[in-house]
Design a protein around this ligand. Structure first.
Ligand code: SRM
Ligand code: SF4
Length: 621
C-alpha cells in the first residue's frame, strides 16, 4: 500500500531511532523522570524531551570550576515556544517575560525561526513553566526533535498586500497540519488541569484525517510520522515572491504564495531540500540551497506537503544522523527523482514553474521602524541585537516591551532576523509607545550593521558551541563599523552572521560575511552569499583568530570600496572579483594577520552554489 521501502535493518539504525521507537509516542522514559527528584534527565529522556520543546543544557561558564570543586554540572533546561509565522499574542508574551524572571536567567531570546527561547530553567520547574505557557494558549510542542519545527513566514503584517495575509494564514495551517497526533504532551505536562487548546481550521483537520493513500501509515496513532517520527529535524517556511526575509532556500520545504491580480490565492511555488548544517572535517556534510519542485493549487497544498514529509520519513537516512536531513536525500537522488517519488506518494502531478519575480535584497525589506499596515493601523519593527531581550544600564529593552505590552496589549510579530514587530498599533498610540522606548533608551535603528546581523547563542548555554558567538559578535561589529566609516561604507547594509560551530543556526552560509566557530577563539570566514539570500557563501579562510577578523577583512573591504560597480553588494563583488584575486589581496597583508591557515581550495563543502528558484524557473522543471 505505501511506497515505503522494506524497514531498514534494525541493527544499523541510529541509537535515537531505538529511543523513539521505545518511547511509546514520545512518553518514555521522560514520563517517569519528570517527577523524579534529580537535577537532570537521562540521555534517553533528553532525546524525547526535545520533541516537547526543551533541551537539557548546563552552564558552560561554570563547568570547569564546578568540576574542580567536585560538583556536578549546573544543569538547566532551555525551552522553545511554538509561534507559527512568528505571531505572538500579548498575554503569552507577558507570561514569558514573567517566567524568564521567575524561573530562567531573566532574559528572552528571539530565535532565527521566529520563536522565543527561555534559558536557565531548573528541571524541577519545567512542568510549571510549560503549564503556564499552555494556560496562555501557547505551546512548546514539536519545536525541537525529529519532526516539523516552527513554520516561518515573512513577518511584515501588511493587511493591504493579500499575499502576506495568505502567507500568515498558511503558516498557521501548515503548523497544525504537521503537528503530531500523540497526546503525550498534554498528558505529561498538564495532568488533569482544564486547558483550552487553540482549535485547528476544518480544512486542516480534514487533511490530517485523510492523507493521500500512499502517504498514510494505516493503523498508526501517527498516520503521517509513524512511531519513529522523522529521521531528523524538518523545517518549513512560507513567503511572498519579493520577500526573502525567511531565507526560503535554507528550508526543507519552502513555499512561495502566488496571487492573482485581485489578490486571490492562486497557489504556491514549492521548493525543497535546503539546509545549513555541516560538521568540520566531514566533507560529506555541507549546506545546500532548496531546489524547485513545482506549482500547486491551494486545495492541493496539504497533500503535497504530507507527501514530501512521507518521502523523507521513508527514504531519509536513519542510520547516520549526520546524513539524515532531507537535503542529502534530494542531493543524492537529484531533484528529478525526488520530484517523481513525491508525485508517486501524492498521487498527483506537480505543475511546472512559471518564472518568479526577482527577490529583493533582504535589507530593502525595511520592516524595522514605523510603518503603515495598510488598514489604517501601524506597526513598529524593533531591532534586537542577536535576539536577546534584556535590560542593560543603557537600554532597558525588556522593561520597555513589558510596559508597552501591558499598556496596549498589541500582538507581537517575531522576525527571522531575531527582531520583533509591535503590530496593530492605533495611530494615536505611536507617540506614547515612542515615549516609553525613549525613556528606556531604546532608540530607532540607525546602524544597518547592528540591525541586520545575527549570531547564535553559543556559549554559555549551547552544548555544541566551540567558540563564542552572541557574546562576541557585538565587539566584531563595533570594530567593523569603524572600518566601514573609514572606507565611507557606513551605509552599506552588509549581512554579517556568526555561529559558534558549523551547525549554522544563524544561517551564516547565506551571509555576505559568515563567521563560523572552528576552534576555541578562531573562526572560518565564509564570503560571497548574496544579499538576496539566494546564493551560498564559500569558505574563504580557515581558523582566523577572533582578533584577526578585522585585519583580514580590511584589504577585502578596501578593495571593494575602490572597485565595486555602482550598487554592487559585497557578496556579489566577492563572486565577481574571484577567490584567487581576493586571496592575493590578503597575501600582501599577512604580516598583519597572525597565524592564518590559508587553504588553497575555495569551496570546501559548499557543494551547490545556485541562483535559487528563480534561476531554476528559467530552466523549467
Ligand atoms: Fe539550531 C542545534 C539554537 C536555528 C541548525 N540549535 C541547536 C541547539 C539546540 C544545540 C543542541 O542541539 O544542543 C542550539 C541551542 C542553543 C541555545 O543555547 O539556545 C540551537 N538553532 C538555535 C537557535 C536558537 C539559534 C538562534 O540564534 O536563534 C535557533 C532556534 C530556531 C527555532 O526557533 O526553532 C536555531 N538551527 C537553526 C537554524 C536556522 C533555521 O532553522 O532557519 C539551523 C540551520 C538550518 C538547518 O536546520 O539546516 C540550525 N541547530 C542546527 C543544527 C544542525 C542541523 C543539521 O542539519 O546538521 C543543530 C545540531 C543538530 O541538530 O544536531 C542545531
Ligand atoms: Fe550552538 Fe552551533 Fe547552533 Fe551556535 S550554531 S547555537 S554553537 S549548535
Amino acid at each position: 500500500m505505501t511506497a515505503a521501502p522494506p524497514p531498514a535493518d534494525p541493527r544499523k539504525l541510529s541509537k535515537v531511532e531505538a529511543l523513539k521507537q521505545a518511547s511509546h509516542f514520545l512518553r518514555d522514559p521522560l514520563a517517569r523522570e519528570i517527577g523524579q527528584d534529580s537535577s537532570h534527565f537521562s540521555e534517553a529522556a533528553v532525546q524525547i524531551l526535545k520533541f516537547h520543546g526543551s533541551y537539557q543544557q548546563d552552564d558552560r561558564d561554570s563547568r570547569q570550576e564546578r568540576r574542580q570543586a567536585g560538583l556536578e554540572r549546573d544543569y538547566r533546561m532551555m525551552l522553545r515556544t511554538r509561534q507559527p509565522g512568528g505571531y505572538m499574542p500579548a498575554p503569552l508574551y507577558l507570561t514569558l517575560d514573567r517566567l524568564a524572571d521567575r524561573y530562567g536567567y531573566g532574559t528572552l531570546r528571539l530565535t532565527t525561526r521566529q520563536t522565543i527561547q527561555l534559558h536557565g530553567i531548573l528541571k524541577k520547574d519545567l512542568k510549571t513553566v510549560i503549564q503556564e505557557i499552555v494556560a496562555e494558549m501557547g505551546s512548546t510542542l514539536a519545536t525541537c526533535g525529529d519532526i516539523n519545527r516552527n513554520v516561518m513566514a515573512c513577518p511584515a503584517p501588511f493587511k493591504n498586500k493579500p499575499a502576506y495575509v495568505h502567507a500568515h494564514t498558511y503558516a498557521r495551517k501548515l503548523a497544525d497540519l504537521l503537528a503530531p497526533h500523540t497526546g503525550a504532551y498534554y498528558e505529561l505536562w498538564i495532568d488533569d488541569q482544564p486547558i483550552e487548546i487553540p482549535p485547528m481550521d476544518a480544512d486542516v483537520q480534514a487533511a490530517r484525517q485523510q492523507l493521500p493513500p500512499k502517504v498514510a501509515l494505516p493503523g498508526s496513532l501517527e498516520p503521517l510520522y509513524g512511531a519513529t517520527y522523522l529521521p531528523r529535524k524538518f523545517k518549513c517556511a512560507i513567503t511572498v515572491p519579493e520577500d526573502n526575509s525567511v531565507d526560503i532556500y535554507s528550508q526543507d520545504i519552502g513555499l512561495i504564495v502566488i496571487t492573482g491580480k485581485g489578490g486571490d490565492l492562486l497557489g504556491f511555488f514549492v521548493g525543497g531540500g535546503g539546509g545549513m548544517g555541516r560538521t568540520h572535517g566531514k566533507e560529506e556534510t555541507f549546506p545546500l540551497l532548496a531546489q524547485p519542485l513545482g506549482f500547486v493549487r491551494p486545495e492541493q497544498i496539504y497533500g503535497l506537503v504530507q507527501a514530501i514529509v512521507a518521502v523523507q520519513r521513508d527514504h531519509g537516512n536513519r542510520s547516520d544522523r549526520k546524513q539524515a536531513r532531507m537535503k542529502y536525500l534530494v542531493h543524492q537522488w537529484g531533484i528529478k527523482k525526488f520530484r517523481q517519488t513525491v508525485e508517486t506518494y501524492w498521487g498527483e502531478k506537480l505543475k511546472p514553474f512559471r518564472p518568479l519575480p526577482p527577490v529583493q535584497p533582504r535589507l530593502d525589506l525595511g520592516y524595522l521602524g514605523w510603518h503603515e499596515q495598510g488598514d489604517g493601523k501601524l506597526f513598529l519593527g524593533i531591532s534586537v541585537l542577536n535576539g536577546r531581550i534584556q535590560d542593560s544600564p543603557e537600554r532597558q529593552l525588556k522593561t520597555a516591551l513589558r510596559r508597552i505590552t501591558e499598556s496596549f496589549a498589541y500582538p507581537l510579530q517575531l522576525a527571522p532576523t531575531q527582531d520583533l514587530l509591535i503590530t496593530e498599533v492605533e495611530p494615536q498610540h505611536r507617540h506614547p509607545i515612542d515615549q516609553i522606548l525613549r525613556e528606556c533608551g531604546v532608540l530607532p535603528p540607525s546602524r544597518p550593521l547592528l540591525a541586520w546581523s545575527m549570531a547564535c547563542p553559543a556559549l554559555p548555554t549551547c552544548g555544541l558551541a566551540i567558540t563564542e558567538s552572541e557574546r562576541y559578535l557585538p565587539q566584531v561589529l563595533q570594530d567593523l563599523e569603524k572600518l566601514l566609516q573609514e572606507l565611507h561604507l557606513e551605509h552599506e547594509p552588509l549581512v554579517v552572521r556568526m555561529t559558534g560551530c558549523p551547525n549554522g543556526c544563524a544561517r551564516p552560509y547565506l551571509a555576505e560575511i559568515g563567521l563560523v566557530g572552528v576552534q576555541p577563539g578562531a573562526y572560518q570566514l565564509w564570503l560571497g552569499g548574496s544579499p538576496r539570500g539566494d546564493r551560498l557563501a564559500q569558505l574563504f579562510l580557515d581558523k582566523v583568530p577572533g582578533e584577526a577578523i578585522l585585519a583580514t577583512l580590511r584589504p577585502l573591504l578596501t578593495n571593494f570600496a575602490q572597485e565595486r560597480y555602482s550598487q554592487e553588494s559585497f557578496g556579489d563583488f566577492c563572486v565577481r572579483y574571484g577567490w584567487e584575486r581576493l586571496r592575493q589581496l590578503l597575501a600582501g597583508n599577512t604580516a598583519r594577520i597572525p597565524d592564518l591557515g590559508i587553504p588553497g581550495g575555495s569551496d570546501n563543502g559548499a557543494a551547490v552554489v545556485g541562483s535559487g528558484y528563480g534561476g531554476a524557473a528559467a530552466a523549467g522543471v
